[in-house]
Ligand binder design. Structure first.
Ligand code: ZN
Length: 213
């Protein structure tokens, strides 16, 4: 078995060789130092005694040098991966640019967020208006504990008017806060006024919501 490396025999230095880098010149841009053929991919190799040479991928393949063949294969895979990633990044960038052109400077995601933000802002401002139209109830809720305050917050921030059992309790809270003892005249009057506030707010809410849809 002849142990002398074919690259060594060709004067490229002593084995073992290592692959330094594969340089893709895009077109045939030089000659292989081993066989003289024009090459596009410069596989730069270095001999153990420090001699650098450029050889073609074909000659790496024919060298029978397992280490070089594997290194070249890995380098090619990495290059392919990098190229694919660069293409994907470019595609993504151009898609974003296309969206910005279409949306007056905003990407689709940004535009969607703008729409959501605007809707949320409208709901909040409608909620503020709603709360302002039911001052008795809001005041009574604000002076209550965590639960009544959370009901008040839902009215203000989410434009949500209490219904059902929750509404009955809210009216009781407002009646007691403004009228005192349950079933007293003042309580009944305050309860009725609070109920008017709720009905009025409900009508307002319908108008507000339909305006925003
Ligand atoms: Zn060659």
């Amino acid at each position: 078995m002849n142990a002398t490396h074919i690259f060594t025999r060709a004067g490229l230095g002593s084995a073992p060789f290592r692959l330094v880098v594969i340089e893709d010149r895009g077109t045939v841009a030089g000659a292989c130092d081993y066989c003289g053929t024009g090459i596009r991919h410069f596989c730069w190799i270095e001999s153990v005694d420090g001699k650098q040479s450029k050889v073609g991928t074909d000659c790496i393949g024919k060298s029978g040098d397992r280490g070089l063949v594997d290194a070249a294969k890995l380098a090619k895979q990495a290059a392919t991966r990098a190229k694919r990633e660069a293409e994907r990044a470019a595609q993504y960038k151009s898609a974003l640019n296309e969206q910005r052109e279409r949306n007056g400077g905003r990407t689709d995601d940004e535009l969607q967020r703008d729409v959501q933000d605007l809707a949320a802002a409208k709901i909040r401002s409608a909620g503020q208006a709603l709360a302002a139209s039911m001052p008795m109830i809001i005041e009574a809720l604000e002076m209550g504990g965590d639960w009544p305050r959370s009901i008040g917050a839902r009215i203000r921030h989410e434009c949500e008017i209490p219904t059902g059992r929750c509404r009955s309790i809210v009216l009781e809270i407002a009646g007691k806060y403004h009228g005192g003892r349950r079933n007293s005249k003042a309580y009944i009057a305050a309860h009725a006024k609070a109920e008017d506030e709720i009905y009025g707010a409900e009508a307002k809410r319908q108008v507000a919501i339909s305006a925003y849809l």
